[in-house]
Write a protein that binds this ligand. Structure first.
Ligand code: DC
Length: 210
């Protein structure tokens, strides 16, 4: 196997990237980074300082200060964190400031990273790139279930509308790499998605097939 393989997993929200990435990381003994948490943590830093996450100066400053501990904050999910993350993620200087953090994480030992631009910008030479998608109806249902599990009552139509709005907002930074293998999870359970992904990984990394 490649000495320090980087496995890049991109795709829209609620398509199943995180679940898949964690399973792959556990199976291969690689560290895992959910890169959405970086943008969430930057957004939180700006809010903590009383700033506006859409302000490039405040957001870039916060991105340069980001440290690993920020990713363990308990308040990185929820509508306020979602909005702040989306706002900072749209700022070019923030994305540049977070490049090294992501590359250093992946380069030391190899890693599984999930996000929107891992296979295109962060690790364009990653030996394995997966692009995980699902139709809007299925993604909205999954997000609704997640919210329900957290005790949040939500209107399914509103959840779907919010996901669609996020797709539009994230679109400038989300593109399937030409050499990524697309996995549509709409009709697959987590186990089937994992098996498909592992088949791609085994082939790309020359691992023995189980
Ligand atoms: O995946 P997520 O919902 O945690 O991502 C939070 C926000 O950050 C979302 O608006 C998309 C953005 N993001 C990004 O632009 N690039 C990444 N690599 C990861 C997330």
């Amino acid at each position: 196997m490649t000495a320090r393989p980087v496995i890049a997993i991109d795709g829209p929200g609620a398509a199943g990237k995180g679940t898949l990435a964690q399973r792959i990381a556990a199976a291969l003994g690689l560290p895992y980074l959910d890169t959405g948490m970086l943008y969430r943590a930057v957004g939180r830093r700006v809010l903590d300082a009383g700033g506006d996450p859409a302000d490039p100066v405040a957001a870039e400053g916060a991105a340069r200060m980001l440290c690993a501990d920020d990713l363990n904050r308990p308040d990185l999910r929820g509508p306020e964190a979602d909005a702040a993350a989306a706002a900072v993620a749209a700022i070019r200087g923030v994305r540049t400031a977070l490049l090294d953090f992501q590359r250093n994480f992946g380069m030391q030992t190899g890693a599984v990273l999930d996000g929107r631009d891992i296979g295109t910008v962060i690790f364009p030479n990653a030996p394995v790139k997966l692009y995980v998608t699902a139709n809007l109806k299925q993604r909205a249902h999954r997000r609704w279930l997640e919210l329900k599990a957290r005790g949040v009552t939500a209107d399914p139509a509103v959840v779907a509308a919010e996901l669609l709005a996020r797709d539009t907002r994230d679109a400038p930074n989300m593109r399937r790499a030409d050499d990524a293998v697309e996995i549509d999870t709409s009709t697959l359970d987590a186990e089937a998605v994992f098996r498909k992904a592992m088949a791609v990984i085994s082939q790309r990394l020359g691992l023995p097939r189980s």
